[in-house]
Design a protein around this ligand. Structure first.
Ligand SMILES: [Ca+2]
Ligand SMILES: [Ca+2]
Length: 232
């Protein structure tokens, strides 16, 4: 499915816009990264490994481990309410007509009923991932309940309002019959494809505030040294 999508994108590019595609694969294997942000009642984003168990809203259920590699993402909806969103990636520097494809795998052992996951997106300003501008839509397909299943979607950037696209995992919990005010979810193997001129951010690529401040301080010092030298 993804391959077909990329081929279709390639054909579209060949006939209209000549830019190269970049793609990113992230499977949480760094053991550190989680998500870039969230909306709604999203709780306990953690980078996990090995067998995990949690609540499906009514009873305990478990996953034997990562879909690939050894690490994967855990998130929860707690307390239940609305449709929480986990921000998995932020694609910025986009222009009208750009194609962005994204996919990830979600764990789900309840076919045809919640809990389930979907892939969705919304527009935001590149300077602030929390600057919701408007929905970008997504795929109406849910995780299929067979264990790990893949969710994917391709967006054509409309470019009218802003220059960033946030890729979301949307969490759907039991709406009736539940006994717990919490549902756990697991995600692995994120893949993003975007034009070369765009920037793809995901959780592991964001510098810690401390190291980022040090980096800025270092750049400032270099500028100071350069200025001093130019005065000699
Ligand atoms: Ca993984
Ligand atoms: Ca389900």
């Amino acid at each position: 499915m993804l391959v077909k999508t990329l081929i279709a994108a390639g054909v579209a590019l060949a006939t209209s816009q000549a830019y190269a595609l970049q793609s990113l694969d992230y499977g949480w294997e760094d053991g550190v990264g989680t998500i870039l942000g969230s909306f709604g009642n999203l709780a306990d984003a953690t980078n996990v490994s090995g067998s995990q168990s949690g609540s499906d809203g009514a009873s305990s259920y478990s996953v034997s481990g990562a879909r690939s590699g050894s690490r994967f993402l855990h998130v929860a909806e707690a307390p239940l309410g609305g449709t929480p969103q986990a921000y998995l990636a932020f694609v910025t520097g986009l222009q009208a007509g750009d194609l962005v494809s994204a996919s990830f795998w979600g764990y789900d052992n309840s076919a045809g009923t919640n809990p389930s996951l979907r892939i969705w997106g919304h527009y935001a300003d590149a300077a602030d991932i929390n600057s919701y501008v408007k929905s970008a839509g997504g795929s109406n397909t849910y995780t299929d309940g067979s264990g790990w299943s893949e969710l994917s979607n391709t967006w054509t950037f409309d470019g009218g309002a802003t220059d960033g696209l946030v890729i979301e995992a949307r969490l759907y919990s039991m709406t009736s019959g539940g006994t717990s005010d919490r549902t756990d979810f697991w995600i692995d193997d994120l893949r993003i494809s975007a034009p070369d001129h765009a920037t793809i951010q995901f959780a592991a690529a964001v510098p810690e505030p401390e190291s980022y401040a040090l980096m800025l301080a270092g750049l400032g010092m270099m500028g100071f040294i350069a200025r001093r030298r130019s005065h000699r």
